[in-house]
Design a protein around this ligand. Structure first.
Ligand code: SF4
Length: 398
């Protein structure tokens, strides 16, 4: 995939293939969760309408920039409405965006079209209408089935509401995912196991797990500094991760990425785009894009974002052109997130470089530490490496 700009690079053209994923950032929430450091603002109906108007404007600009005179437009394989809380949009607003995508882009008929929702703002009418207008995958921000933990996190739903909304989603959607958070201060291994078993009983198609990070500037960081709670220690965090791996794989989930589990055939196609080094376009305030060799991102300020578009400009804050060495490293450490690992052949086809020779020293060191394994065709993380992924990824940084 190439834009109509001069983006010369010395890697093989395979990276500029003809498919891509689209991410749309919807930065509105009903209120701020105590742990959240994503860019989002409080939901206000008029601002949302105005924002969607400019989001469509941005899409129209890219629709002409991505048009290749000879090959036409690249095919959009996945669409992901992320946030924020995209589930605060009405079905009419989402349908308006999808109509624009069908008209001004080439949207694959089999595209995975996901939308993030939260239990507290989800109704049966919304679920039914989202399905009717073409959303075919919901990602539900459940986080926990324990009311104390949900309240600690500052979520706006309780476990009863989470169960009710998952049940409703399962009536209309044949593909949905739930997010769960572990290593919540005060959470015991037994409580985490109870949440996992509850999840397994509901049998969602996909489960994403996140270890709670206390990010600077959040209310949780202030509460931690005030001594209101203690952080979960690393050993318990690791035990919780391994327990999740054990419970979920024993119940038919494939552990396919460090933090993601899926029933057969239900891996997140959109997220695989990030891990597989495939191009993606991000639109909306703060959204990131990757069209090799460039990474670029938009202003993470709603009003600045809209102002730029009002002036007929793209709302891009910064562009970085990666060197070949940087792209090689990115392909390795993003690919290692997948349990299947990185294909030596694909790496060679893309860069004309043998991965195991170029990174021979790093690979030897990580093998000795028991963090990666190297086969004839792929390198991948070991179980120990899954726990210490960041250490492994750092080795490949140029
Ligand atoms: S709903 Fe999601 S994006 Fe919004 S504040 Fe909570 S964690 Fe952040």
């Amino acid at each position: 995939m190439k834009m109509n700009r001069d983006m010369n690079n010395d890697i093989n053209n395979d990276i500029n293939n003809d498919t891509f994923g689209l991410y749309l950032h919807i930065p509105f929430c009903q209120g701020k969760c105590r742990y959240c450091d994503f860019y989002s603002v409080n939901f206000e109906r008029e601002i949302v309408e105005e924002y969607i108007h400019f989001l469509k404007e941005e899409l129209r600009i890219y629709s002409s920039l991505l048009n290749n005179e000879k090959k036409g437009k690249p095919v959009m394989q996945t669409v992901y409405f992320g946030g924020g809380t995209p589930g605060l949009l009405t079905a009419r607003q989402v349908a308006g965006i999808l109509e624009l995508l069908s008209r001004d882009f080439t949207l694959s008929p089999s595209a995975e079209i996901s939308l993030e929702v939260n239990p507290s703002s989800l109704t049966e009418d919304k679920i039914r209408d989202y399905r009717r207008i073409g959303i075919n995958r919901l990602s539900i921000g459940v986080q926990s089935f324990n009311d104390r933990e949900l309240s600690f996190l500052g979520r706006r739903h309780d476990s009863r509401e989470a169960l009710e909304k998952i049940e409703l989603a399962s009536q209309y959607f044949d593909n949905y995912s739930i997010d769960l958070i572990y290593a919540i201060p005060g959470q015991t291994l037994a409580e985490w196991e109870k949440t996992l078993k509850q999840a397994v009983q509901l049998s969602p198609y996909h489960i994403s797990l996140y270890s709670l990070q206390i990010e600077k500037g959040t209310p949780l960081a202030a509460a931690l500094a005030a001594g209101e709670f203690k952080k979960t220690d690393d050993a318990l965090d690791a035990d919780m991760y391994l327990l999740a791996r054990q419970v979920l794989t024993a119940n038919g989930y494939e552990h396919y990425e460090i933090s993601n589990f899926a029933r057969k055939g239900y891996q997140s196609r959109h997220n695989r785009i990030y891990w597989e080094f495939t191009p993606y376009l991000g639109v909306g305030a703060g959204a990131h894009s990757f069209i090799a060799p460039e990474r670029f991102w938009n202003h993470a300020d709603l009003f600045l974002y809209m102002e730029k578009l009002k002036a007929g400009k793209l709302p891009v804050e910064e562009r970085i052109e990666s060197s070949k060495e940087e792209m090689m490293a990115e392909m390795v450490f993003m690919g290692l997130r997948l349990l299947e690992g990185v294909s030596l052949t694909e790496f060679y086809d893309l860069f004309n470089v043998k991965l195991n020779e170029y990174y021979a020293r790093e690979i030897e060191k990580l093998k000795l530490q028991g963090l990666i394994s190297v086969g004839d065709e792929r390198i991948r993380l070991t179980e120990k490496g899954l726990l210490l992924g960041n250490l492994v990824f750092m080795e490949f940084l140029p």
